[in-house]
Design a protein around this ligand. Structure first.
Ligand code: PLP
Length: 385
């Protein structure tokens, strides 16, 4: 049976070139990047070359990048680190209702353990925060704004540059979780005016368990993971050399191909949406119609539960998800769709199709042949119809 992986916002396959670049650092070049002997120095050289690639891709200098174990750690490091380091300034954080759990839980930690107040901004029906609302929420004691670049469930992109300007004007640090954006959108930290920015390799055809945090010079954060003197003492732990090398290779390829890939994704997602609409009624696009990641299509199929769809798709070799991989399995409606005002009877039937470079038009044609009969059959059995 054909297998069509359409869950790239959960994770992506490692590219062949990325794997090839990583391989020597598992064995022949196995040195610890902190060791002084030549094997250690070879590893250090690879790490620093990788740091340069990642820094260049986001318009900054290598010294502003620390490597981490991924997006979750980068978010924790940025939010908890900035909160603890700036207690003297105040105890107020602004975030949004649609953030990834790594951000929401870090803010909750600041609230419950450090005595912060957290303002969680609502979003409109497309999932976008209101800039006037943001301005009105800033207080004298606001330390940090944390608003994601692009949402993992819907792909909706926030007005990051405008938020950067507001943060700067008010002397507040601005963190953005750009985990889903890197490789799909231009992330230039100078242009965007962000102070802290989280990345993860496995969302752009790099390996799992490695990521980075951009920290603008002069931004005060305290390390939340302590130990050895790695990463300018901001993140202790032996560096994941193969992972870092693979991350840089993935970033390099994604940056080079970005324009072309986005056009390609647009073609595939448009074809799927138009084709499904032709065959089925009562289906709705969740997310911004234009300001959205080109690879992401979140669709609600009314009258059916997302979980039943996922299982039936799986039987036909189509792999999609009901939303965030981190919250799937819970039968709660998506906090993102709820914040966007999607009623429960529509949000419960939402499916996220997220494309990757290896998907083809033939894959979409297969989906268009297989999905409508599944939806029609499930609707016939649905007590909601
Ligand atoms: N932030 C966003 C927006 C994500 O989509 C994810 C992954 O699902 C994360 C953070 C967590 O990244 P990681 O899996 O590297 O910990």
């Amino acid at each position: 049976m054909r297998q069509i992986y359409l869950d790239h916002n959960a994770t992506t396959p490692v590219r062949k070139e990325v794997l090839e670049a990583m391989m020597p650092y598992f064995s022949d070049e196995c040195g610890n990047a902190s060791s002084v002997h030549s094997k250690g120095q070879a590893a250090r050289k690879a790490v620093e070359a990788s740091r340069e690639v990642v820094a260049h891709a986001i318009g900054t200098e290598p010294v502003d990048i620390i490597f981490t174990s991924g997006g979750t750690e980068s978010d924790n490091c940025a939010i908890k680190g900035a909160a603890v380091a700036n207690l003297a300034k105040g105890r107020h954080i602004i975030t949004s209702e649609i953030e990834h759990l790594a951000v929401l839980e870090s803010c909750k930690f600041a609230e419950e353990e450090l005595g912060f107040e957290v303002t969680r901004l609502p979003v409109d029906k497309h999932g976008v925060v209101d800039l006037n609302n943001l301005k009105d929420s800033i207080r004298k004691d606001t330390v940090l704004i944390s608003i994601m670049f692009a949402n993992n469930e819907t792909g909706t992109i926030q007005p990051i540059k405008e938020i950067g300007k507001i943060a700067k004007k008010n002397g507040v640090y601005f963190h953005t979780d750009a985990v889903q954006a890197l490789g799909k959108e231009s992330v230039d930290v100078e242009d965007l005016g962000v102070d802290l920015c989280s990345f993860s390799a496995h969302k752009l055809n790099g390996p799992k368990g490695v990521g980075a945090l951009y920290i603008r010079k002069g931004v005060k954060i305290l390390p939340y993971q302590t130990g050895g003197h790695h990463e300018r003492r901001l993140r202790a732990g032996t560096l994941n050399v193969p992972g870092i090398v693979g991350f840089a290779k993935a970033v390099e390829i994604a940056a080079k191909d970005m324009k072309k890939t986005n056009k390609y994704f647009e073609k595939l997602t448009d074809k799927l949406l138009v084709g499904l609409k032709k065959e089925l009624n009562e289906i709705y696009l969740n997310g911004h119609p234009e300001h959205r990641l080109s690879n992401t299509l979140n669709i609600s199929f009314r009258y059916i539960e997302g979980e039943s769809l996922i299982l039936n798709f799986d039987m036909k070799g189509i792999f999609a998800s009901t939303g965030s991989a981190c919250t799937s399995g819970s039968l709660e409606p998506s906090h993102v769709l709820t914040a966007m005002g999607v009623p429960p009877d529509i949000s419960q039937g939402s499916i996220r199709f997220s494309f990757g470079y290896e998907n083809t038009e033939k894959d979409v044609e297969y989906c268009l042949a297989e999905i409508p009969p599944i939806v029609k059959r499930l609707r016939e059995m649905s007590p909601l119809c």
